[in-house]
Design a protein around this ligand. Structure first.
Ligand code: SF4
Length: 367
């Protein structure tokens, strides 16, 4: 990795999780890349840099834009279904996925992507004003803007707004504790289930992601779901899907929802076709046969594959057509209306009614 240089005009806020090396460089300890920087250099994520002999975050308070989305779009199917979530990202990423579906943000090298100045309190106020139940850190990985995400999360919790991290989970143990302490829910990308996939397509490693998943399950109360984007010829064999499913059951249990979503050709991987819907349907069947209770297809029109079913009697609990809820058969205590078996997740007595709408908003709008 050749670190980039940071322009003199870019001002950063002090970053956490770094230390000095004997050779004079500064090492960032936030993610498993452990970038080692000389003065004026940026890390691989491009947003953390060494300035005046300190590590700084150069994107604090700046966003690539705000949208109100359905929570199901994150995707989270067991966290306040039908509610709206105020979503935003910044710029940069600490993985280099060739198939990135948000590359215009994650690969941004010019800060002209970052249009809107947004203080944590302004974001929390915008969520309240727009009737959102939660704020999501998404579009690019919030791990790399930890200090900003934590401050926003604290402001949100102070206003009764929940927080959602959409992340690849590529973070080291110490910051992992701080980061997730401030989150109510997460969707973690498990991009593939081989080291080769992470190495060749993301220049990363699988193990830290699995550690994050185990940490979330066993050390926190964060509600989390997992997403695997299936790429034809790369991570879509029945054997790999079965291995992933078995790992989830053995290490996380049967109640963690798993989403298999469709790839479309993008960024540096335009030589592959989109994922055939049949591949997603097969993956869902394999994972359910392995014993995972809640498995979904995504990025395709598949109402049956997007509906939540009771693990005990098979009744449809939450019907979905894209992001619209089409039926609701959960009792007030989050059980199946037909047989009473509990459904894992975070639910209110009833569902929201945001539907599939997606609105761009400014956090500074008065209305
Ligand atoms: S967070 Fe950024 S600077 Fe720090 S180790 Fe990861 S890629 Fe490098």
């Amino acid at each position: 990795m050749t670190p980039g240089r940071v322009e003199q005009s870019v001002i950063g806020v002090p970053g956490r999780y770094w230390h000095r090396l004997e050779d004079g460089r500064v090492q960032c300890d936030l993610c498993p890349r452990y970038c080692k920087l000389h003065e004026g250099q940026r890390g691989l994520c491009f947003v953390r840099a060494r300035q005046h002999d300190q590590m700084v975050l150069t994107t604090y308070g700046r966003s690539s834009g705000f949208c109100i989305d359905p929570i199901e779009k994150k995707p989270l199917n067991h966290f306040l279904p039908g509610t709206s979530v105020l979503s935003f990202g910044t710029a940069g990423c600490n993985l280099t996925c060739k198939f990135c579906q948000n590359w215009d943000i994650s690969k941004a090298r010019a800060f002209d992507r970052l249009q809107e100045q947004a203080s944590p309190s302004a974001i929390a106020a915008a969520a309240v004003r727009n009737g959102c139940r939660s704020v999501a850190f998404t579009y690019n990985d919030p791990v790399i803007f930890l200090e900003y995400a934590v401050d926003v999360a604290q402001a949100c919790r102070g206003r009764g707004i929940k927080t959602v991290a959409v992340s690849a989970g590529y973070i080291t143990p110490e910051p992992r504790i701080e980061f997730f302490r401030h989150m109510d829910a997460a969707n973690i990308d498990l991009k593939g289930f081989t080291d080769g996939f992470y190495k060749n397509l993301c220049t990363g490693k699988l193990a830290p992601v699995l550690e994050t998943l185990e940490y979330l399950k066993h050390e926190t109360n964060v509600w989390f779901e997992i997403t695997t984007l299936l790429i034809p010829g790369e991570n879509d064999t029945p054997q790999e899907i079965e291995a992933e499913s078995r790992w989830v059951i053995d290490h996380l249990g049967r109640d963690v929802p798993l989403h298999f979503t469709a790839f479309h050709p993008d960024w540096k991987m335009t030589d592959r076709p989109p994922t055939p819907p049949a591949t997603l349907i097969t993956a869902r069947r394999i994972a359910m046969e392995a014993g995972i209770r809640y498995v979904y297809t995504g990025n395709v029109h598949d109402p049956a594959g997007q509906t939540t079913y009771c693990h005990a009697c098979g009744a449809a609990l939450v019907g979905r057509d894209w992001y619209d809820l089409t039926s609701w058969n959960l009792s007030a205590d989050c059980g199946c209306s037909a047989c009473g078996a509990p459904c894992a997740g975070v639910f209110d007595a009833t569902h929201g009614s945001w539907g599939r709408r997606r609105w761009s908003v400014s956090v500074h709008d008065a209305s």
